[in-house]
Write a protein that binds this ligand. Structure first.
Ligand code: ARG
Length: 445
């Protein structure tokens, strides 16, 4: 089943038809295959579809394509449908193909012929792009605010545990002293760059494609600047052919930014899984936040972070999936684009759940103090001893060889007082610098 419903009012009965139906019938299997998951997925777009229609009909009236009386009939009805969409009470009739058709059907059912006028100068092709952009804009804001709140938490944990040292690793070998202050703030800083990418994606999304119709514009005198303004877009996708090309491209650019946030979260989760294990034992969580084993009574498993890691790794695959769907498509609309909705529309809530569960966990993180008293970490301080010799006048290379010799001969004594003063190091986290950067980027979304 594909398109819109029309009223055949000649015999006084309402007949539901696709908006593109011209009298013939479509094979049921073909209908089911082509509609795919739209009946469910399009509900996520419902609110935005109606917002787009409200702007469109307002503009149609101002350019003389609807009368004031017709607009006055349409607007209250559209507002009712908008509320139904927000309250998640809207459904897509199984004989109707998608949300665009459903809205037109509801209007026509209620208002008769005037409902059929809303499609003037429009196509579902530009409607669906518009819906995706409005949906993305709202969801990007939600993601940005969750990222900011995780950032704030990480900065506060960094400050709280800035004196607590942990080993730093290279090649998974004990390398140099680090701290929980550095570790938490490193991920906070990573989120700043991720949000910068999201800000760019937001900017690209925030341009109005409406008026491109099927992808080649309309001979009606549509006022595209008016709908740009009414829908709160920064600007237009000016060229109608390009406006159509933003279907798929928008989803790709946004999902790349989401994938960047997901990469930060999956790396963080990997660290947590390692640090929770007995071989590291750097941090843990209270029992009510961890899970056990059905057979091994001692287990305290990091399932939450394993799932965050896997969900985020899956999110990282989305830009690739979209890229493959778009890969060899020429310009103009193609039904292929419909499939992008399957991975794209649900991804925001998936990422949001990862961002919020991470915060729930970190609310109760317990860090282990005095880790570096363990002699297995003594070599963390080898560079400190080298540096001390340098301060006493030796060249770095001479000092390096000398300490290497001490280690080889088993005479190495760690020097555990640390004096890191340069910005962004364990003795001078300079977190206020990060806070300033984050405020700049998050206030721009
Ligand atoms: N469900 C379709 C999609 O998501 C709506 C647009 C249909 N347009 C068309 N020309 N068949 O792409």
């Amino acid at each position: 089943m594909d398109e819109i419903l029309r009223q055949a009012q000649d015999d006084g009965k309402l007949t539901i038809m696709k908006i593109w139906e011209k009298g013939g019938t479509t094979d049921q299997q073909i209908e089911a295959f082509t509609i795919g998951k739209d009946a469910d997925l399009d509900l996520l777009l419902a609110q935005y579809d109606v917002e787009g229609t409200i702007a469109h009909v307002t503009m149609l009236e101002s350019v003389g394509l609807l009368t004031k009386d017709e607009l006055d009939l349409l607007l209250p009805e559209l507002k009712t449908i908008h509320q139904l969409a927000i309250d998640r009470e809207l459904t897509i009739d199984e004989r109707v193909e998608d949300i665009h058709s459903q809205v037109e059907f509801l209007l026509t059912q209620k208002l008769g012929n005037v409902g059929k006028k809303i499609h003037s100068g429009r196509s579902r092709n530009d409607q669906v792009i518009l819906d995706i952009k409005l949906f993305s804009r709202a969801k990007i804001k939600e993601v940005a605010s969750e990222v900011k709140s995780l950032f704030d938490q990480l900065i506060s944990l960094s400050e709280q545990h800035k004196e607590v040292l942990i080993p730093g690793y290279t090649h998974m070998q004990v390398a140099m002293p680090s701290s929980f202050g550095l570790w938490f703030a490193a991920y906070a800083e990573s989120l700043i760059d991720d949000l910068t990418q999201l800000q760019a994606a937001y900017k690209i999304t925030n341009r109005n494609p409406l008026g491109s119709a099927a992808g080649y514009g309309s001979s009606f005198p549509l006022d595209r600047e008016q709908t740009t303004e009414l829908l709160g877009f920064d600007s237009m996708n000016n060229n109608v052919v390009y406006a159509q090309m933003t279907r798929g491209k928008t989803e790709k650019v946004v999902s790349q930014a989401l994938a960047s946030i997901a990469s930060t979260l999956s790396k963080l989760s990997m660290d947590v899984c390692l640090y929770m294990g007995q071989n590291f034992g750097f941090l843990t969580f209270p029992d009510h936040l961890t899970t056990g084993s059905s057979i091994m009574p001692h287990k305290k498993n990091p399932d939450v972070f394993e799932l965050v890691r896997a969900k985020c790794n899956k999110i990282k695959a989305l830009p690739n999936e979209i890229d493959h769907i778009l890969g060899n498509l020429p310009s103009g609309y193609h039904r292929d684009l419909q499939l992008i909705k399957e991975g794209y529309l649900p991804v925001f809530d998936e990422l949001l759940s990862c961002l919020s569960i991470t915060q729930l966990m970190f609310n109760e993180v317990q860090v282990k103090k005095d880790l570096l008293d363990n002699p297995i970490y003594d070599y963390l301080f080898s560079v400190e001893v080298v540096n001390e010799l340098v301060l006493q006048g030796k060249s770095f290379r001479e000092a390096y060889v000398e300490v290497g010799k001490m280690i080889a001969e088993g005479k190495f004594e760690p020097k555990k007082e640390l004096n890191h003063t340069s910005k962004g190091t364990l003795g001078n986290l300079n977190n206020q610098y990060l806070v300033k950067m984050m405020n700049e980027v998050s206030s721009a979304i």
